[in-house]
Design a protein around this ligand. Structure first.
Ligand SMILES: NC(=O)c1ccc[n+]([C@@H]2O[C@H](COP(=O)([O-])OP(=O)(O)OC[C@H]3O[C@@H](n4cnc5c(N)ncnc54)[C@H](O)[C@@H]3O)[C@@H](O)[C@H]2O)c1
Length: 243
């Protein structure tokens, strides 16, 4: 009989957007696995099971300053993000910039700033949260869709640039997930739940906890050969192209 295997050593995991929704669920999933979780979000929060530090990811100087204090990192999960709607003919430049600055530029600043800490661990992994809309667009979402397609493309380049340093980068494209972001859109009438459910073969939205656990699974050693690719976890909505 084989002796019982010892549990894997705890990893050090940095999660952006850790105060809410998918980011919070990711942080919780790793915390439950016994890993050391460091959270970043717009506001500090000492009331969670893991520390959340105030870092505005749109500010490269602030991101680099905080990242310089990081211990060797096994994992960076970029979840911080925002969404704004607007017809492409009239979308305000401010709304375009807010989304691109957060979702795309902010993700880049975090990857760049955390790179030395990821390299220091010997086998760092970046998981960038994109969205299925990176692959299937929709009207009125110019900035959001462009930012998420950018995150998928950026992740490919990071995989290439960082590979020789033992750091991998993958992205995840969730489908509709019941978070504050989606609840706000449902309540404001920007999303219609019944129409959504009719389009999603799973006939339900994802729960943040299942996306959090799925992302934890992507960090398993069994997926150690995955690099520069995107994992779609969308309840089948992307497969559903024909009315
Ligand atoms: N909810 C969905 O259906 C869905 C689907 C696909 C992808 N996503 C993506 O998942 C990620 C998380 O979304 P969510 O639904 O959990 O949203 P959420 O609004 O619940 O959480 C987003 C978090 O990011 C933080 N954040 C925003 N701007 C920031 C900044 N400049 N600096 C630091 N933190 C900042 C917010 O404070 C918040 O805690 C986003 O990138 C989103 O685009 C969401």
């Amino acid at each position: 009989m084989n002796p019982p295997s010892s549990p894997p050593p705890p990893r050090c995991v940095l999660v952006t957007g850790a105060a809410s929704g998918i980011g919070q669920a990711v942080a919780q999933a790793f915390h439950e696995s016994g890993d050391r979780v460091i959270g970043w979000d717009l506001h500090a929060d000492a009331g969670q099971a893991f520390p959340i530090h105030a870092v505005d990811i749109r500010d490269p100087a602030a991101v680099h300053a905080v990242a310089a204090q990081l211990p060797p990192l096994d994992l960076l999960v970029n979840c911080a993000g925002i969404a704004r709607r607007g017809h492409a003919a009239s979308l305000a430049a401010e709304d375009w910039r807010a989304v691109i600055d957060t979702n795309l530029s902010g993700t880049f600043y975090c990857c760049q700033a955390a790179f030395p800490a990821l390299k220091a661990s010997g086998a760092g992994l970046i998981i960038n949260v994109a969205s299925f809309v990176a692959h299937r667009s929709g009207p009125g979402r110019a900035s959001y869709v462009a930012s998420k397609a950018g995150v998928v493309a950026l992740t490919e380049v990071l995989a290439l640039d960082f590979a020789e340093h033992g750091v991998r980068a993958i992205s995840v494209s969730p489908g509709y997930t019941r978070t504050a972001m989606v609840e706000r859109a449902l309540q404001a009438g920007r999303l219609d739940e019944q129409r959504l459910l009719a389009r999603i073969p799973a006939r339900r939205l994802a729960e943040p906890s299942e996306i959090g656990r799925a992302i934890r699974t992507l960090a398993e050693p069994a997926l150690g050969y995955a690099n520069g690719c995107d994992f779609v976890i969308d309840g089948g909505i992307m497969a559903n192209g024909v009315e």
